[in-house]
Write a protein that binds this ligand. Structure first.
Ligand code: PLP
Length: 466
């Protein structure tokens, strides 16, 4: 028996979803260029495309919406939001943005000059895209274990300090505007960084006068793993650990669409007053006034309430347990899932599952297509399609991990949905030989190509054996 503790909430409102036939889904996916991202959500039964902005808000968040102060300048809701971020993340300067990438744009523009270098613990597509757009080269300094789907390392988000030192030596500290650290690491499958490692990274960077900025999108989930796995932290609350993770860093960029149970929103949080002033100046140009940053007053109220709920131990425990349940069910049935199970997603090793397909036929994308056709479940490729092309050589990047990611929205699906997903994925895995061929691009956008790309089977009309 795999544990599935009862959720610390009950359902007050429902949203109907629709089952379709296999023939219907294959037609829908072909019309979407074999890219589940281009499907209409009505045609999806269980949507595990992302946990971003897809969360169910609580009754308290919905009632907080009614308190939204929609004043253009100095809205009361901004001060509620600012206070919640300060109290839970510990940074004095809080600047709202419409979502995480808005903050990435501003921070990259403030700090990056062409020809500089940004080290980070694996990449995130939008984070790296903004760094590259501003002329920096990204250097992955995550530990090797993060690239190994079967390693059971408890902190696969950790930075390899030797790799970071090597980048410092090769590029020179003056050419490194900041170190970019994520907690947890999305592309590694939601894997955490330890407080000890993050503290060491900050000490090394600060020694060279380089600031460290944290991607806090899932820092609460990271804090939960620290409590479970890092010696010395078991008795501390998740709220305390969250503050401890942020404490050594110089600032953070946040997508409130993740941990904070919101459907939209984000912030930049900083310690340095001068940098904050510079960032506010750019927020005015790109996001909105510095007291709303592209959000409505009501969004800021819902986020403030969501932040408080996010650190409730029962809430985060149930969240991670649901992921663990899905991962364990798949693993027990022989599906090669990335280990350990992450905080927001279960990732299937698509290169191992579809070992008969070459990497340039995009096994991750192909497996995503097959899983959708099987039972209307939408996941997303996290492999070569997501990694894009090298901006210098123009060649496809083939990262070590070629995954199908099933990201679970917070407080949305019940155990029977999760069982439906497990049954379907196990069936697709058992009959993987029926997937005869992979996919090739018919349309390839230049940035974040996975969102809008279109594909066709490399031969014939379908990826399945005729
Ligand atoms: C989602 C995400 C972002 C970008 O945030 P958006 O709100 O989608 O713009 C940045 N970093 C990580 C790790 C994320 O998961």
């Amino acid at each position: 028996m795999i544990a599935y503790p009862p959720e610390p909430w009950r359902i007050k409102m429902v949203e109907p979803i629709r089952a379709t036939t296999r023939a219907y889904r294959e037609r829908a996916l072909r019309a979407a260029g074999w890219n589940p991202c281009l499907l209409r959500s009505e045609d999806v039964y269980v949507d595990l495309f992302t946990d971003s902005g897809t969360n169910a808000m609580s009754d308290r968040q919905w009632s907080a919406l009614m308190r939204g102060d929609e004043a253009y300048a100095g809205a009361r809701s901004f001060y509620v939001f600012e206070e919640a971020v300060r109290a839970h993340y510990g940074y004095p300067h809080v600047i709202p943005v419409h979502q995480g990438r808005g903050g990435e744009n501003i921070l990259s523009r403030c700090l990056i000059r062409p020809g500089t270098h940004v080290p980070g613990n694996m990449y995130f597509p939008s984070t790296r895209a903004h760094q590259e757009l501003n002329g920096a080269t990204f250097h992955d300094v995550i530990i090797d274990e993060a690239h190994d789907p079967v390693s059971e390392h408890p902190f696969k988000g950790n930075v390899d300090l030797d790799k970071l030192r090597a980048v410092l030596d090769a590029c020179g500290p003056a050419n490194i505007p900041y170190v970019s650290v994520a907690a947890t690491v999305n592309m590694a499958g939601g894997q955490p960084i330890s407080v000890a490692n993050l503290t060491e990274v900050c000490e090394l960077a600060h020694h060279h006068g380089i600031p460290v900025f944290l991607d806090t999108a899932r820092a609460v989930e990271n804090a939960w793993f620290v409590k479970q796995r890092e010696p010395g932290w078991a008795r501390r609350s998740v709220a305390e650990i969250l503050l401890a993770l942020c404490a050594p860093t110089d600032g953070a960029v946040m997508s409130a669409k993740k941990d904070s149970f919101a459907n939209i929103g984000g912030w930049i949080a900083l310690r340095d007053a001068e940098l904050a002033e510079q960032a506010r100046g750019l927020v005015l140009l790109f996001e909105g006034l510095h007291t709303y940053g592209g959000m409505a007053g009501r969004d800021m109220e819902a986020i403030a309430q969501g932040i408080a709920e996010s650190v409730e131990e029962s809430m985060i425990a149930a969240r991670v347990a649901q992921l663990e349940y899905l991962g364990r069910r798949l693993r027990d049935a022989g599906v090669p899932v990335l280990r350990p199970i992450g905080g927001h997603c279960v990732c299937i090793d698509a290169a191992a599952t579809l070992a008969h397909l070459p990497r340039d036929q995009f096994p991750g994308q192909t497996l995503a297509a097959a899983v959708y056709v099987d039972a209307g479940i939408r996941g997303v490729e996290r492999g070569a399609v997501s990694a894009g092309r090298d901006p210098l050589t123009g060649r496809n990047r083939f990262p070590a991990l070629e995954l199908l990611r099933l990201a679970v929205p917070r407080r949305v699906y019940t155990r029977s949905h999760i069982d439906h997903v497990a049954d379907s994925v196990i069936g697709v895995h058992d009959h993987r030989d029926a997937i005869a061929r992979g996919l090739t691009f018919t349309h390839e956008p230049p940035h974040l190509r996975f969102f809008q790309a279109r594909f066709a089977p490399v031969a014939g009309a379908s990826i399945f054996a005729e």
